[in-house]
Ligand binder design. Structure first.
Ligand code: DOR
Ligand code: ZN
Length: 436
């Protein structure tokens, strides 16, 4: 079956395309991108003015919670949330129960993903067995089973030596080590960013330096081993400074930032809802100078990717004292609107750079398919409506969990449709799109 997406603005930075083009999809592949392509028996889908056709977005940091915590999310509900949010693929973190530290868990996740048949799922394996920070996991085994990277996310890799070994092994298999950068002695039992707001609410603080120390450690271990190191959910201005310095020195370091860290600050801890546990995540919401540094890093190219750290938690688990609530918020269905509203409509960056952050670079960092609309590539396509008025309604999220601080927010820009392997898996009822 052939489909011709006709007349949209195609933004495909990997092929230096930004303009009105047609995209011909043949079955599950991109057949051609060009101006005024012949219809040639294809079903024509007119792309209305103002919509943008992009290579499918890839969220490289998602917690799908299966196996073991299916009351928060499953592979099926998480990937439904992904396609509704414009993501054609997600990479899922290993902090499930049991931890994804071996081929059996990886195979289980992939089987659930095949069953759900929605967004593509790329499992990420653990660095250490049970993510306990003692013995290395069987990294060759994880790679063979289909893992695309390793991490002990939720926690940092326990020691510099273990990180060094992880980088050495992962490097042999061409895999990146993703680090939850956090010095645990500095974090202590902190629950929020160390500063005015945490102090005034009587909450124990986590300084930005806890993160930056481990960005430095990772950069040094990457330099020592020559292997690729990726900073997860970067939030502190000192971390950005370290990342920039490492990159200038030619170290193979990449980094991601989450939408909540480039939109929110710790002022949200006290108002409008004091102690709202939907403002609790790790790393925490930081102060304005940190938030602005994340925006600056997005603008100047230091930041490689936008990832959500989609961390679903059940209502009952979040509905407790701030101290006792788990860290994390859902992110898959709010990321694109937040990015369009806060990065594009403010004039900070332009669409090709956004597509780099959401598609090209995640694909490159993980070494997975996608990131372009090249001939022969999988027909994974995200169509965005940059001027769509969106109102976030937590109760209507596809995710099983509703823990978001963005409930009720009105944003400019949203997802019009999501195609995975040529199949339309999400179409926004608010956007006119015939026969897609
Ligand atoms: O906020 C977070 N939630 N940060 C993490 O590192 C882990 C995650 C989770 O698994 O809930
Ligand atoms: Zn983390």
């Amino acid at each position: 079956m052939k489909r011709l997406l006709k007349g949209g603005r195609v933004v495909d930075p990997a092929n230096r395309i930004d303009g009105i083009h047609d995209v011909l999809i043949d079955g599950d592949r991109i057949a051609r991108v060009g101006r005024d392509l012949p219809v040639d028996g294809a079903t024509v889908v007119e792309i209305p003015d103002g919509l943008i056709v992009c290579p499918g977005f890839i969220d490289m940091h998602v917690h799908l919670r299966e196996p073991g915590q299916e009351h928060k999310e499953t592979v099926a509900t998480g990937t439904a949330s992904a396609v509704a949010g414009g993501f054609t693929a997600v990479a899922c973190m290993p902090n499930t129960t049991p931890v994804n530290d071996g081929a059996n868990v990886t195979a289980y996740i992939l089987a659930r993903a095949a069953e759900a048949n929605l967004a593509r799922v790329y499992p990420i394996g653990a660095v250490s067995r049970g993510s306990k920070g003692e013995l290395l996991a069987d990294i060759a085994d994880l790679k063979k089973a289909g893992c695309v990277a390793i991490t002990d996310d939720g926690h940092p890799v326990s020691t510099a030596l273990l990180l060094r070994r992880a980088l050495e092994y992962a490097g042999m298999f061409g895999m990146v080590v993703i680090e939850h950068c956090e010095d645990q002695t500095l974090k202590g039992d902190g629950v929020a960013h160390e500063g005015f707001h945490a102090s005034s609410l009587g909450l124990r603080g986590i300084p930005g330096a806890a993160e930056a120390l481990h960005v430095e450690r990772g950069a040094l271990m990457s330099e020592l081993t020559g292997s690729a190191f990726h900073v997860a959910h970067m939030s502190a201005r000192s971390s950005l400074r370290s990342a920039r310095k490492a990159k200038e020195a030619g170290i193979r370091l990449t980094c991601e930032v989450c939408p909540h860290h480039f939109t929110l600050t710790d002022a949200l801890l006290g108002a409008p809802i004091p102690y709202d546990t939907n403002t609790k995540m790790n790393p925490p919401l930081r102060e304005e100078a940190d938030r602005d540094a994340m925006l600056a890093g997005i603008a100047d190219g230091t930041v490689d990717a936008i990832a959500t750290d989609h961390a679903p938690h059940h209502y009952d688990e979040k509905k407790v004292e701030f101290d006792r609530a788990p860290f994390g918020i859902v992110g898959l269905e709010t990321a694109v609107s937040l990015s369009l509203d806060r990065l594009i409509h403010t004039g900070l960056i332009r669409l090709p750079r956004l597509v780099e952050l959401l598609s090209v670079n995640p694909a490159r960092i993980l070494g997975v398919a996608g990131g372009s609309l090249s001939e022969g590539a999988p027909a994974d396509v995200t169509i965005i409506a940059p001027d769509l008025e969106v109102r976030i309604d937590a109760s209507r999220l596809r995710s099983k969990s509703k823990n978001t601080p963005f409930d009720g927010w009105e944003l400019r820009g949203g997802v019009a449709a999501t195609l995975v392997g040529g199949r339309t898996l999400f179409r926004n009822e608010g956007v006119r799109l015939n026969s897609l």
